[in-house]
Design a protein around this ligand. Structure first.
Ligand code: PHE
Length: 443
């Protein structure tokens, strides 16, 4: 244990400027393409309301405990994931941190490609309006050499923010970007409510088909999405928490983060589904793939004419904002680790890591198939395995997690339950999900 505190005193660690800064940055990590693009396409593919309900249940029973576990480990160790795990569990556990960094590479590489498309849609919508033939446009956007350029541009922007550091880069951008995102998404939901014929869309999204609740694939998709959307299982929340001081009430912070994340996903559903049904485009989404939303929504915006163009630009702008604050948190895991392990300066660490990830991203930028495959690998396997490892670590290995979580949060009564969940339901649930994913992979 002394090892960690000695390390911590080597160099003064940067800390968040304020509570709002940390909370918005963590919400910024959670809220991203996952809430709008991934959530909608999975909900469409897995039967609407049943998926939504399961996703909420997994957020509460598995997501929240793991989120709190990440915050506890990060704040306690004041180091990036590799050192933090080694600090509480010995050097062997540091290798779980290496898995986290590897997951970060895979996720950011393809995430940035999608963010690049999004950026391009926002720009094209603004400058020349959405094209009538959205399917062809999507193909052109997703598989032309320009997809690589937009991806590289997005990675450069992400690396630039992270190079500025926790306060001047990550916190400051979150304080500006996240409130704008909330306003835009809410505004879009109000607009969608005024459309004629949206009712069927709401029904699809909200009316429960009980039979679908027990489907293994729907269950697994919902669990994977709960993890992906909360940025769990790869140390992003852990790393952000390593810049916290000990005054924070971690259980409250985790409730706020998870509540906001679910809230934005839910409201995004209230935008996407009524809009698609109102315009009679539901069949386009039916055969859902990673690209569906990028074909159907621009189509919808185009059909709506002038208003559609404005709405579309706002929609894609919100996606860009969400993607950027999430990408920053993934890159920060890699950067914090390079700083810890190699003693690099932050700008060097950020430049090198973003260049390496950008290079890996050229593969998914050239092939939608590789992109879809990386998304499945990340969401269904890497994050779940990482979360499983972390739950076991905090539940069974870490010395006294309950003491650690009580710092700044005395008087909370459900810590015991938290630990029980981390020891039992959480690893068991994650193990089942992982087994299902591996079976699908092999089959
Ligand atoms: N949570 C982010 C989203 O919903 C994606 C993400 C996953 C970010 C894992 C960090 C870590 O878009």
């Amino acid at each position: 244990m002394a090892q960690g505190s000695e390390l911590a005193s080597n160099s003064p660690r940067e800390h968040w400027g304020g509570r709002a800064g940390f909370v918005l940055a963590a919400i910024g990590s959670a809220v991203g393409l996952g809430n709008m693009w991934r959530f909608s396409y999975l909900a469409a593919e897995n039967g609407g309301a049943a998926f939504v309900l399961l996703y909420l249940a997994f957020t509460l029973v598995i997501g929240l405990p793991v989120l709190l576990a990440e915050l506890v480990v990060g704040r306690g160790a004041q180091r990036g994931p590799v050192r933090a795990l080694a600090h509480f569990g010995g050097a062997g556990w540091g290798s779980l941190g290496i898995l986290f960094v590897g997951a970060g590479f895979v996720i950011l590489a393809y995430y940035s490609v999608i963010a690049g498309w999004t950026f391009r849609y926002a720009a094209v919508g603004l400058l020349s309006g959405f094209a009538a033939d959205s399917g062809t446009t999507f193909e052109a956007i997703a598989s032309s050499p320009q997809a690589i350029l937009w991806h590289l541009g997005f990675m450069a922007l992400t690396g630039w923010i992270v190079a500025y550091g926790v306060r001047a880069g990550i916190e400051r951008s979150a304080l500006i970007l996240m409130p704008s995102l909330f306003v835009i998404v809410l505004g879009l939901a109000f607009y969608a409510a005024t459309l004629n014929g949206g009712d069927e869309g709401y029904a699809y999204f909200l009316r429960l088909d009980v039979g679908k609740l027990w489907n293994a694939d729907v269950l697994a998709a919902a669990a994977g999405q709960a993890f992906f959307s909360l940025s769990l299982g790869m140390g992003a929340m852990l790393t952000f928490a390593s810049y916290l001081d000990r005054s924070h009430h971690l259980p409250n912070e985790s409730l706020t983060i998870a509540g906001a994340d679910f809230g934005v996903a839910f409201v995004a559903g209230l935008v996407v589904f009524p809009m698609i049904f109102a315009l009679g485009l539901q069949d386009e989404v039916g055969e859902s793939t990673v690209g569906a939303l990028f074909i159907t929504l621009p189509h919808a915006f185009e059909v709506m004419g002038g208003v559609g163009r404005v709405i579309g630009v706002f929609f894609f702008a919100a996606l860009v904002v969400g993607a950027l604050t999430s990408a920053v948190s993934v890159l920060e895991v890699v950067v914090a680790t390079c700083i810890d392990e190699f003693g690099w300066s932050r700008p060097v660490a950020s430049g090198t890591s973003s260049a390496a990830i950008a290079a890996l991203g050229i593969l998914p930028a050239r092939s939608l198939e590789i992109l879809g495959w990386m998304d499945q690998l990340a969401g269904n396997i890497l994050l779940i395995a990482g979360g499983l490892g972390l739950a076991i670590f905090v539940g069974w290995v870490m010395d006294d997690p309950v003491r650690e979580v009580s710092v700044g949060a005395s008087g909370v009564r459900w810590f015991g339950l938290w630990r029980v969940l981390l020891r039992s339901a959480v690893p068991l649930g994650l193990l089942l999900v992982l087994a299902n994913a591996l079976r699908n992979l092999i089959g």
